[in-house]
Design a binder for this molecule. Structure first.
Ligand SMILES: C[S@@+](CC[C@H](N)C(=O)[O-])C[C@H]1O[C@@H](n2cnc3c(N)ncnc32)[C@H](O)[C@@H]1O
Ligand code: SF4
Ligand code: SF4
Length: 412
């Protein structure tokens, strides 16, 4: 008699424990070291060779295997299954999916936390307009289907409309503009509607006192809220982001309520990334944080296949700054993978720096590389890096208390 996990279940070892990833239910089951060793022994030997099935221990092992069978994770076989199991894991082919274009570093706000250190006095950048236009075509040819115009404040880039028209000509599926919305007028809204542009904006509170303290721009809350009302009245797709720092951490619930009242999807506020002007301990919230990393973890063949060789969030995306630097994400300011003013996008996509960034799997991350949840657990690299005292790109996320060397969650 042989015992085998089903083709839809995969055993992943950690240093102290293991996990069974079940693609049928999407669940990830934690198992102890003894169970890991038993399942590994079962891969090549009959149950009778591994244990005395009539002994007390043998009955305990069989009862454990019975439980796995009941959950649909494995089964008893009369002989060793021949050949390789056909597992449903889908290999991920890295191609460009999404690009951010930071049109300008100038902004009419001067937010306390701004990762691009934008302000009315920050230099706009040096990308020729023709290069932005070319890039929109190059990125589409390379496979990108989503594009976001961002900044700084993208509406301060004088020819932003031409870039939207170009993106539409190139048939991007998603064209989004990320704006503080203080400059959005009726004319802009008509243009967005005419060209099917999605809009993203940001609020930091449900009142002007706190919002304007974050933006350092008196009157900005009223302007942003007025634009939000007009955009919603015209039925345009709008998402509203919010970032929490010390100055507005009492506002998290008020923001969610405001979004609900507006009829906009109430996404939980995100936290500041310690980068750019945000790299300042004084700005960090005292109590508010992203939900800690902890079970239950979930899996599916696609995300598992991607996580084995690529970072779940970074792979497939890149941002281009107003000076032409290519970075893997708007928050990852120091991971420069080339400059688009002297290199083609195709060469940057094929180059080692970007490939290495995209391939930042959990196997590259200290602690995580020894954890059995590493192919089910997602993280934000720039957040982990920013929270690390040494600012290491390979730092483990600060918001995980799991110790894969003992198998214990240390905050429990
Ligand atoms: C840089 S802004 C550019 C678009 C536009 N000016 C705006 O503020 O909506 C894009 C988003 O990044 C957020 N952001 C800026 N600095 C950040 C940081 N250090 N950590 C997390 N989010 C940040 C802003 O709050 C905003 O939601
Ligand atoms: S977060 Fe946006 S609005 Fe604030 S300073 Fe930066 S670019 Fe400007
Ligand atoms: S953050 Fe790292 S150590 Fe924590 S659960 Fe995820 S993979 Fe494991």
């Amino acid at each position: 008699m042989y015992y085998h996990l089903k083709a839809e279940s995969v055993l992943i070892e950690g240093k102290a424990r293991g996990a069974i990833y079940d693609f049928s239910s999407g669940r990830v089951y934690s198992i102890n070291r003894g169970a890991v060793e038993l399942l590994k022994a079962c891969e090549s030997s009959a149950l009778e060779e591994i244990m005395d099935v009539n002994s007390v221990d043998g009955k305990r092992y069989l009862s454990f295997l019975d439980k796995l069978t009941t959950k649909g994770l494995g089964a008893i076989y009369n002989e060793l299954p021949a050949g390789k199991r056909t597992c449903p894991i889908q290999p991920y082919q890295p191609t460009l999916e999404y690009i951010w274009l930071e049109l300008t570093s100038t902004c009419n706000n001067r937010c306390l936390h701004c990762y691009s250190a934008s302000s009315p006095h920050t230099a706009a950048g040096c990308m020729p307009h023709t290069r932005w236009l070319e890039l929109i075509t190059e990125a589409r040819l390379a496979g990108a289907y989503g594009i976001q115009l961002i900044g700084g404040e993208p509406l301060l880039y004088p020819r932003w409309r031409e870039l939207i028209i170009k993106a539409r000509e190139e048939n991007y599926e998603l064209v989004e503009i990320f704006t503080n919305a203080t400059l959005v007028d009726d004319d802009c809204i008509d243009f967005f509607k005419q060209h099917s542009v999605s809009i993203a904006t940001t609020i930091y509170a449900d009142n002007s006192a706190v919002h304007d303290r974050v933006t350092q721009h008196p009157g900005s809350f009223d302007k942003t809220m007025s634009a939000i009302q007009k955009i919603l009245a015209k039925g345009l797709p709008l998402r509203i982001a919010s970032i929490i720092m010390k100055a507005n951490e009492q506002e998290a619930e008020n923001i969610v309520k405001l979004l609900t009242d507006l009829g906009v999807e109430p996404v939980p506020p995100d936290v500041i990334r310690p980068t750019g002007r945000g790299d300042n301990l004084e700005l960090l919230p005292q109590a508010y944080s992203k939900p800690a990393i902890k079970p239950p973890f979930f899996t599916d063949p696609e995300t598992f296949g991607k996580a084995q060789h690529f970072h779940s969030c970074l792979a497939g995306r890149l941002a281009i700054t107003s000076t032409g630097d290519v970075i893997p994400c708007i928050f990852a300011r120091d991971q420069v993978c080339g400059n688009i003013l002297n290199t083609s996008l195709a060469a940057i996509l094929a180059g080692q720096p970007l490939t290495t960034c995209w391939q930042t799997t959990k196997d590259c991350i200290s602690k995580c590389q020894d954890c059995e949840y590493r192919f089910a657990c997602a993280d934000c690299r720039p957040l982990a890096q920013g929270q690390d005292p040494k600012k290491s790109w390979q730092a483990a996320p600060a918001d995980c208390s799991y110790n894969p060397y003992t198998g214990n969650w240390e905050d429990r």
